[in-house]
Write a protein that binds this ligand. Structure first.
Ligand code: PLP
Length: 424
C-alpha cells in the first residue's frame, strides 16, 4: 500500500530525522504528563487504544456545554447545530479515507460492530450453504467470530490464508484458496499482533476478478497509514475512533453505496425508517437506514477534532515517524537472545507493533514488571487466539507505538526488559 509522505509540510516533522517533534506532541496529551509508580508514563499500548489530545477532550466538553441536543429530531437551533456537526463528520471521514461517497459512511460503536453489520446484513442475504468465506490466520477475533456465526447459521465454509514464518500472508496459498465458491474475502490491512501491512490491493484486485466481495478491517491501519478506500476499491472498510485519538464508542463502516442500498437494516428503531405502520415499515435512505436509535452524536463531534489533529500532522508523516521507530525497536529487540520477536521485522511492511515472547518470563509477569517502571504494554492473546495456537504459545507481550512515542521510549522499554531478566 502507498504509505509515502503526502504532506511533509508539517512544521513538527523533521524530514532529516524522519521523526516528529514528540516533546511538542506530548504537550497536547494531558495523560502523558502523569506519572505511574513515580515514573514518567511511557505509553506503548496504542494498538489497544490511543490517548486523546486536549482538542478532543475539549471538543467533547464544549459540545455538552454549548450544543447538546438529539439529532435529526427537532427544528430548534441546538438540534440543527447538533445534526450539522454529526453530518459534517460523515463528509470529513469520507475525505479522510480517500474521498469516497459520504453516503457510504455508517456510524457504529466500533470496528467489531461494523464487521458484524456486514456479516449480519450483507452476509445473511448473500451467503448460502457451501459458499466460501476467505479470511486469514492473523485476524482479530472481530474478523473471525462474526463469520463463524454466519457460517454456523448458513452452512458456509470458512477458509484462511496461512501466515508464513516471517509473519506475512502466504500469497501463493491465497491464489489457490480463491475459487468460484469464494463469495467474500475479509482481511485486516494491518495485523494487531504482527504489525504486518498486508498486500490488500493485490488481494482486492484478485478477489474482484473472482467476483468476490471484499471487506477490510482497518482498525490498525486507518490510525497509522494512509488508507485510501477509493483507490483500494474495497467494498467495505471498518475502523474505530478510539484507536485514532478519538473518543470511545464510535466506529465506522464504509460500504460502497450501491452495496449498502441492497442491504437490509441491521437494527430497527427510530431514525432508520421512512414510514412505519403497525405491521409494516419502510426504510430511510443510506446511511441512516443503518443508524437506529439515538447515535453517539457527542462523541462523533469530538471525533472530528481527532481527524483534524491527524490531518494537521499528516498521515504520510505519521507513517514515516512510525517507520523510524519500527526500525529502531526491531533492531533493539533482536539483540535479546532469550526473546522471540514475531512479525516481519521490516519497517517497509510493518507498522509500529512489536510482539514478543520471553522464554523464561510469562508475558503477564513481564508486563507487571514494566508497569513498575511506568511502561504500559499489553500481555495476552490480543484477541488472536488462532495465531497464538499456531505459534504454540498461550500469550505474548506487545508494545505498540503512535505519534507520541519516540526512540527514547523504546530505550526505556529495553532497559526495563533487561531489568526483568535480572529479576528472574
Ligand atoms: N481488528 C483489529 C485488527 C484490532 O486490532 C481490533 C482491536 O484491537 C479490532 C478489530 C476491534 O476493534 P474494536 O474493539 O474497537 O471493535
Amino acid at each position: 500500500m502507498d504509505t509515502t509522505i503526502n504532506d511533509a509540510k508539517s512544521e513538527i516533522y523533521d524530514p532529516s530525522r524522519k521523526m516528529l517533534d514528540v516533546s511538542r506532541i506530548r504537550e497536547d496529551f494531558p495523560i502523558l504528563q502523569r506519572q505511574v509508580h513515580g515514573k514518567r508514563l511511557v505509553y506503548l499500548d496504542s494498538a489497544a487504544t490511543s490517548q486523546k489530545p486536549n482538542c478532543v477532550i475539549n471538543a467533547l466538553s464544549f459540545f455538552y456545554r454549548t450544543i447538546n441536543a438529539n439529532i435529526h429530531r427537532g427544528v430548534h437551533t441546538l438540534s440543527e447545530e447538533s445534526s450539522s456537526a454529526y453530518e459534517a463528520l460523515r463528509e470529513k471521514i469520507a475525505n479522510f479515507i480517500g474521498g469516497v461517497d459520504a453516503r457510504g459512511i455508517v456510524f457504529t460503536r466500533n470496528t467489531t460492530e461494523s464487521l458484524n453489520m456486514v456479516a449480519l446484513s450483507w452476509g445473511k442475504s448473500n451467503i448460502k450453504e457451501g459458499d466460501e468465506i476467505l479470511l486469514t490466520e492473523m485476524e482479530h477475533h472481530s474478523n473471525l467470530v462474526p463469520w463463524i456465526l454466519l457460517a454456523k447459521e448458513t452452512g458456509a465454509v470458512l477458509k484462511h490464508i496461512p501466515v508464513t514464518d516471517n509473519g506475512t500472508l502466504d500469497m501463493a496459498a491465497f491464489y489457490k484458496l480463491l475459487n468460484k465458491k469464494t463469495k467474500l474475502v475479509s482481511v485486516s490491512i494491518v495485523s494487531n499482533v504482527l504489525g504486518t501491512i498486508n498486500p490488500v490491493e493485490e488481494i482486492i484486485d484478485a478477489a474482484h476478478k473472482n467476483g468476490s466481495v471484499t471487506v477490510l478491517d482497518g482498525a490498525q491501519s486507518v490510525p497509522h497509514i494512509v488508507t485510501d478506500a477509493k483507490t483500494l476499491d474495497c467494498d467495505f472498510l471498518a475502523f474505530s475512533a478510539h484507536k485514532m485519538l478519538g473518543p470511545t464508542g464510535i466506529g465506522v463502516l464504509y460500504g460502497k453505496p450501491e452495496i449498502l442500498e441492497q442491504m437490509e437494516p441491521y437494527l430497527g428503531g427510530g431514525g432508520m425508517i421512512e414510514q412505519v405502520e403497525l405491521c409494516n415499515a419502510t426504510w430511510a435512505e443510506i446511511p441512516w437506514k443503518f443508524e437506529a436509535g439515538t447515535p453517539n452524536y457527542a462523541d462523533v463531534a469530538a471525533f472530528s477534532s481527532a481527524i483534524d489533529y491527524l490531518e494537521r500532522i499528516g498521515m504520510g508523516v505519521i507513517r514515516e515517524h512510525e517507520k523510524e521507530i519500527t526500525e529502531y525497536a526491531v533492531e533493539k529487540l533482536l539483540e535479546f537472545d532469550d526473546l522471540i520477536l514475531y512479525g516481519p521485522q521490516d519497517p517497509e511492511i510493518q507498522a509500529g507493533v512489536f510482539t514478543f515472547f520471553h522464554n523464561k518470563i510469562h508475558p503477564h509477569d513481564l508486563s507487571t514488571i514494566l508497569d513498575r517502571d511506568g511502561i504500559a504494554i499489553r500481555a495476552g492473546h490480543h484477541c488472536a487466539q488462532p495465531l497464538m495456537m499456531k505459534y504454540k504459545i498461550p500469550a505474548t507481550a506487545r508494545a505498540s507505538a503512535y505519534i507520541y512515542n519516540d526512540k527514547e521510549d523504546i530505550d526505556e522499554l529495553v532497559e526495563s526488559l533487561n531489568k526483568a531478566k535480572r529479576f528472574f
